[in-house]
Write a new protein. Structure first.
Length: 254
């Protein structure tokens, strides 16, 4: 896949960490009908062994269905992504009724269009990062209790990383109230831009500077393997499920 004078490489990675079962799901999906159109979607399921997996299953199924119908030449990508979040939320709630479980999930999703534009949406504490070289350009802000404290100036970002209530979410899919939906658009990706979507089981163990350095230095496949291995090491036997997808834009060889 290419953006004019650029080439795009990508990779995914997933590990169950030190949990007995895997509730994360991540996928890179190429559009069936539109060359150069790609979706990266990640869901971190919650709600017990089967409940969390059912929730993340519903996110992935809904993402594939809506992306297949998406026409980048005429459809608004932010509207499509917002619809994806709300539809997945509704299906997860229906699953809860039929199974008498409490499945919940985060979602972090971005779409790369053939024109080089990129659009994202998220709910929960799975993140999307946009780097240019090693430099962070922007990232999502978690819908979590500790992020609300950071927003109020009561905690620093560093303090938030080690807060004992860092896993408490203020919004996600499958709860009684509608999920918060934060969206963002990048008008055109450039050479040396990298996008990464990841669950909290991964980002929790890295500073933004560390992530930027790894993503700028390594290929997406190498970076995926390195970050998973390093996160597993830093978790010291108590790691959560972790998953990520990386899309890297590089100058094409002449």
């Amino acid at each position: 896949m290419s953006i004019k004078a650029c080439r795009v490489t990508a990779s995914t990675g997933i590990h169950k960490g030190d949990r007995d079962y895997q509730q994360d799901q991540v996928s890179l999906i190429s559009h069936h009908h539109v060359k150069g159109c790609v979706m990266a979607v990640l869901a971190d399921g919650m709600g017990g062994r089967s409940g969390g997996r059912k929730a993340s299953d519903q996110v992935m199924m809904t993402a594939r269905q809506l992306f297949e119908r998406y026409a980048p030449s005429v459809d608004d990508p932010i509207s499509m992504l917002s619809q994806l979040v709300l539809e997945a939320h509704t299906v997860i709630k229906l699953t809860a009724i039929s199974t008498e479980e409490e499945p919940h999930s985060t979602i972090a999703v971005f779409v790369l269009n053939p024109d080089g534009s990129c659009h994202w949406a998220h709910a929960g504490d799975s993140r999307i990062y946009h780097f240019h070289g090693k430099q962070l350009v922007s990232r999502t802000r978690d819908h979590s209790y500790v992020q609300s404290l950071v927003n109020k100036g009561e905690l620093t970002e560093e303090q938030a990383s080690f807060h004992p209530q860092s896993n408490i979410l203020m919004g996600c899919l499958g709860t009684e109230k509608e999920p918060p939906i934060d969206t963002h658009s990048i008008s055109k990706l450039q050479a040396s831009d990298t996008l990464m979507v990841c669950s909290d089981g991964l980002w929790h163990y890295f500073t933004e500077a560390e992530l930027g350095s790894v993503l700028a230095t390594l290929s997406p496949r190498e970076a995926s393997e390195f970050l998973i291995d390093k996160a597993r090491l830093r978790a010291k036997g108590s790691g959560d499920n972790l998953s990520l997808a990386i899309v890297k834009v590089e100058a094409a060889c002449s």
